[in-house]
Write a protein that binds this ligand. Sequence first.
Ligand code: WTA
Length: 427
Amino acid sequence: MLKHLSKEEGDAPLGSQSPPAKRPCPDLQVPWNPEVDLCWHTLVRGASDECEPEWCESEDPLFILYTSGSTGKPKGVLHTLSGYMLYTALTFKLVFDYQPDDVYWCTADIGWITGHSYITYGPLANGATSVLFEGLPTYPDVSRMWEIVDKYHVTKFYTAPTAIRLLMKYGREPVQKYKRDSLKVLGTVGEPINPEAWQWYYSVVGEKRCPIVDTFWQTETGGHVLTPLPAATPMKPGSATFPFFGVVPAVLNESGEELEGASEGYLVFKQPWPGVMRTVYGNQQRFETTYFKKFPGYYVTGDGCRRDKDGYYWITGRIDDMLNVSGHLLSTAEVESALAEHEAVAEAAVVGRPHPVKGESLYCFVTLTDGVTYSRTLEAELKKQGKIMRRVLRKIACDERDLGDISTLADSSVVEHLFQNRCCVGV
Ligand code: WTA
């Protein structure tokens, strides 16, 4: 889209209309390219006021959104028209207790599934008034979000734990500079919210007046699948509580047996709901293998969970080789192959490491090709070994000395060497 209007295009007279609003970044010099750039104002001036609807089948594809796959290649998650729209509209309405006088603000990136479902389709299908924001929670200062909440009298606010943890670092004062008395419901999505961040969100941001909806879902599920309903579901900090209407979760053990009562295992779903993905674009086989093969008859989320004695669900995190960095899923295999594409890299292994703000960060172990100068030779030894023990690497990343059995390592002295030379690769 347009980044910067050229003088000629941007200043073109628009008849009786007021001059075009320019983006608020005059220093950003993106040259106008007449081959690909079109002026919005010129196009709109020539457009008709009428737009006939295009009639579609309910199961026609609506969009494809790529999400990381644990085998490396991203999967094109395909959603269809009616089911997805019905589901996002209904979850939006009930989970945020949407009322016609609400001003709703979801801070997500619009290109993420959260932006698709809960900036675009859900709110628009309800005719909701929304704040669309392009910017950072810390610019021009760390009060930015609360300033906007007051300015537009935001009533329903939806963000990610990583943003809350980031703002928590700056204390209460930047929050309390603003009134925030319009707020009614606070939402969170994208990763498990630690109880400390939950408490801060609840007490400092919401001043204990606003219920928190911790919404668990995935690109694949289209919309919320485990979530409280505000003020109706008693909350427990850090729990996404119960299934949404029509969603039937189960907790399975490694042998695929359903566990009853308080238990911990694989989180799966037992029946479809309208918003569930229909296929992996161009690869139905991969759809079946990824989600339905491990436990036939169940949709496998790839997440672990704990169900407590009161029936509350607690997401314990990914149980495949996926990492959740600031609410964004990354596949270790994908990062590894990206690193390995560099000619100096012979082999790479990537693991997660707890991070106070991002939830997890990437910790990359890289082996360089022979002949490339690098101060450490250790990675070359790991390469020779052939097999990479992720479990051991994960412990090294966290500086945990209790490694368990490492007798299958060809040369266990490399482990000590790695401990001695730990340094965090900031990604
Ligand atoms: C994680 C984002 C705990 C989970 C909407 C899931 C969560 C993955 C929560 C999907 C939550 C999302 N509590 N974990 N409330 N919400 N997740 O496809 O691991 O980008 O499988 O969709 O995020 O990430 P995706």
